[in-house]
Unconditional design. Structure first.
Length: 59
């Protein structure tokens, strides 16, 4: 008698939900400023203050 192996039939795969891929790629982040943006904003404010305080020395 010859031994035979039967492989179970594959189930039909469900179609992928197209919305799940988009949601998984989005990363949730904090609603606070990052350190880089806080430094950039501070530098801009300093520049604005220095420009306001400079006396106008145009001829």
């Amino acid at each position: 008698m010859k031994k035979t192996f039967t492989v179970p039939a594959r189930k039909a795969l469900k179609p992928r939900n197209p919305l799940v891929a988009a949601i998984r790629f989005r990363s949730a982040g904090s609603h606070m400023q990052s350190g880089a943006s806080a430094r950039q904003q501070a530098a801009q404010m300093l520049r604005r203050e220095l420009i306001r305080e400079q006396p106008d020395i145009s001829p």
